[in-house]
Design a protein around this ligand. Structure first.
Ligand SMILES: Nc1ncnc2c1ncn2[C@@H]1O[C@H](COP(=O)(O)OP(=O)(O)OP(=O)(O)O)[C@@H](O)[C@H]1O
Ligand SMILES: [Mg+2]
Length: 242
C-alpha cells in the first residue's frame, strides 16, 4: 500500500478498440483511486466500459498510448502497464482475483479443479504439487462457504448459472488476493442467493482485508459498497447519491 492508503490507482486512462478500420473509443481519461480495504461499486449503462475498465485494472488488457499524455495504472505504487509478461502474470496470479462477467470456467474440469487452477497458475507445477493439500483444503473450504460443498465433482455444464458464478468467485479468491475485481458477480442470481453470496464475500472481505471493485447494474447492491462510481461518457463520476 502507498503512504496515502491507495492500493490501486488509475490515472488518465483511455481505451479505444479497433475493429478493422473502425475505432470504438470507450474510455476517455478515467481517473480512479482505490484505497486499501475499500469496496467500490461501479455502475454505468450497458456498453459504458465497465468491463473494459476492470480488465485494464486486472492487467488483462493495456490502455491506449497517447502521444504527449501520461496514462498510468499502478498497484501499490508499481506501474502495471509497463510490466513485462512474466511480471504481469505474477500480478494477475497473486495480487488480484478476477471474476469474469461470463465466468470463463474450464468446461472439461470439475468444480474443485476449476478452483484449484488458480493455485496451479500461482505456484507453478512443482510448487502446486508441494502445496496441493493446502490449496485443495482452501478450495473446498471456499466452495463449502459458497454452498457448493456437494457439487465438487460437477462440471460447469452440470451447474446452474448462479452455481457457476459462485465457482468463479471461489476461483478468484483461492490465492488470497489483495484486490478482488468482480464483474457483475451476482448478475445471474436471484435476490436471495445474490444477497447471501454478497454476505459471504463481505465476511471474507472483513477477515482478509480484501479490497473490492465490483461492477453491478443493481443499485441495491451498490448501496452496500463504501463508495459508488458511475461510468458516464467514458469518465468516472463519483456518485454521492446512494
Ligand atoms: N474486444 C472488443 N472489440 C471491440 N469493441 C469492444 C470490445 N470489447 C468491448 N467493446 C465495445 O466497448 C464498449 C464497452 O464494452 P464493455 O464490455 O466494457 O461495456 P460494459 O459497461 O461492461 O457493458 P455491460 O453492462 O453490457 O456488460 C461496448 O460498446 C463494446 O461494444
Ligand atoms: Mg460488462
Amino acid at each position: 500500500m502507498s503512504e496515502t492508503g491507495t492500493i490501486l490507482n488509475v490515472t488518465n486512462v483511455r481505451k479505444t478498440y479497433t475493429l478493422g478500420r473502425v475505432k470504438v473509443p470507450v474510455l476517455h481519461g478515467v481517473d480512479l483511486d482505490v484505497r486499501a480495504g475499500e469496496w467500490i461499486a461501479v455502475l454505468g449503462a450497458s456498453g459504458s466500459g465497465k468491463s473494459t475498465l476492470l480488465h485494464l485494472m486486472g492487467g488483462l488488457d493495456r490502455p491506449d498510448r497517447v502521444k504527449g499524455e501520461r496514462a498510468s495504472i499502478s498497484f501499490m505504487d508499481r506501474e502495471i502497464t509497463s510490466l513485462g509478461s512474466h511480471a504481469l502474470d505474477k500480478y494477475r496470479a497473486r495480487d488480484v482475483g478476477f471474476v469474469f462477467q461470463f465466468y470463463h470456467l474450464l468446461p472439461e474440469l470439475d468444480v474443485m479443479s476449476n478452483v484449484c487452477v488458480g493455485g496451479m497458475i500461482r505456484h507453478g507445477r512443482l510448487g502446486y504439487r508441494t502445496n496441493r493439500k493446502s490449496i485443495q483444503g482452501r478450495a473446498s473450504e471456499l466452495l463449502g462457504r459458497f454452498g457448493l460443498g456437494d457439487r465438487l465433482g460437477h462440471r460447469p455444464a452440470e451447474l446452474s448459472g448462479g452455481e457457476r458464478q459462485r465457482v468463479a468467485i471461489a476461483r478468484a479468491l483461492i490465492n488470497e488476493p489483495r484486490v478482488l475485481l468482480a464483474d457483475e458477480p451476482t448478475g445471474n442470481l436471484d435476490q436471495k442467493t445474490g444477497d447471501s453470496i454478497l454476505d459471504t464475500i463481505s465476511e471474507h472481505r472483513a477477515s482478509a482485508g480484501l479490497t473490492m471493485v465490483m461492477v453491478t447494474h443493481d443499485e441495491r447492491i451498490a448501496a452496500r459498497a463504501d463508495r459508488v462510481i458511475r461510468l458516464v461518457d467514458g469518465r468516472v463520476q463519483e456518485d454521492p447519491g446512494l
